[in-house]
Design a protein around this ligand. Structure first.
Ligand SMILES: [Zn+2]
Length: 71
């Protein structure tokens, strides 16, 4: 049984504003508008979503692909 974390705190690279966000359980978020400065964030090269690039927790799809899920 795996427990994916669905909340991540995104930190804006432009202004440093941090905001707790709920992630969709099975989707990647490519664009995120910073609530602090209004800049649109997009994933860094090699990352699948803004949560992997700027969040404290990786996105749920990444979490479940760790290879450690036994049934
Ligand atoms: Zn910002």
């Amino acid at each position: 049984m795996q427990t994916a974390q669905l909340t991540s705190t995104i930190r804006c690279p432009h202004c440093g504003f941090e905001k707790k966000e709920t992630m969709p359980a099975d989707a990647c978020v490519y664009f995120y508008d910073c609530a602090g400065c209004g800049q649109r964030l997009s994933p860094k090269p090699g990352d699948c979503c803004v949560f992997c690039s700027y969040g404290t927790v990786k996105c749920p799809p990444k979490q479940s692909h760790c290879g450690c899920s036994h049934d």
